[in-house]
Design a protein around this ligand. Structure first.
Ligand code: MD3
Ligand code: FE
Length: 225
């Protein structure tokens, strides 16, 4: 068996499917490689979502276009414009409901949440973020969801990113963590309101996605299921 160490990740080697979950903080668990086996199915489903609800660069309340392209699927979708951030049941671009959450999306989110100790996670919102080299997401909290008892599950695909993981106190310096293709993280309990962000994406070439990173973020945005 090939030895594994902390250094393997720095070298960009994929996690074995049986990698032990890593605790990042109270309530936060990283499942490296958890979605590797189903990555192609997730990407095919994401392409269907994007075909029905195109990626767009939302405008922040401050008037700037976000650098990541975004769209949603599920009953609710995260949107932003000059008047603020909120969840909406219709796509402001098309006026239609967001595309339904693909079965493989809801399934991977529920399985990862269960592994982290959150039974019966039934997400009603999935935000699809697409990053090109240079795109970033500045430090923020996710606090627009009605049900803060439910965790957030994120799935990383394509180019690796440096994830900035702080605490619920804005002034605490965030830790830096590499998120690679197939990595899944679950954020709940005391970590649910942690500040977090994505450092500007480094250029690279991913065998499956080329010069893109796609992140799927699953949330319970409406009331408890
Ligand atoms: C930790 N997306 O869309 S996902 C976001 O990679 C967002 O696109 C990032 O942050 C991305 O809001 C990071 C990981 C994540 C999501 C929510 C969290 C980590 C979190 C909420 C609390 C703590
Ligand atoms: Fe976030």
């Amino acid at each position: 068996m090939t030895p594994r160490s902390l250094f393997d990740d720095a070298a960009g080697l994929p996690a074995p499917p049986d990698a032990a979950p890593e605790s990042l903080a109270d309530g936060a668990l990283l499942l490296r490689g958890f979605a590797c086996a189903e990555a192609d199915a997730l990407l095919a489903a994401a392409a269907q979502v994007i075909a029905a609800a195109p990626l767009r660069h939302f405008i922040t309340p401050g008037g700037r276009a976000m650098s990541a392209g975004m769209t949603n699927c599920g009953a609710l979708g995260w949107v932003s414009d000059r008047s603020g951030y909120r969840y909406a049941s219709a796509d402001p671009l098309t006026g239609r409901p967001w595309p339904a959450m693909p079965g493989c999306f809801a399934d991977v989110a529920a399985r990862a949440a269960r592994q982290a100790g959150f039974a019966d996670f039934l997400p009603d919102a999935c935000l699809v973020n697409r990053y090109a080299p240079g795109a970033r997401l500045s430090l923020h909290q996710d606090r627009d969801e009605a049900d803060l008892a439910a965790p957030i599950v994120s799935v990383s695909l394509g180019l690796p990113a440096v994830f900035l993981f702080g605490t619920p106190r804005r002034t605490d310096r965030p830790a830096r963590l590499r998120l690679a293709h197939g990595d899944v993280a679950v954020w709940g309990g005391p970590s649910r309101l942690a500040y977090h962000g994505i450092a500007p994406l480094a250029d690279g070439a991913h065998p499956r996605l080329g010069r893109w990173r796609i992140n799927l973020t699953f949330r319970r945005a409406g009331g408890p299921g």
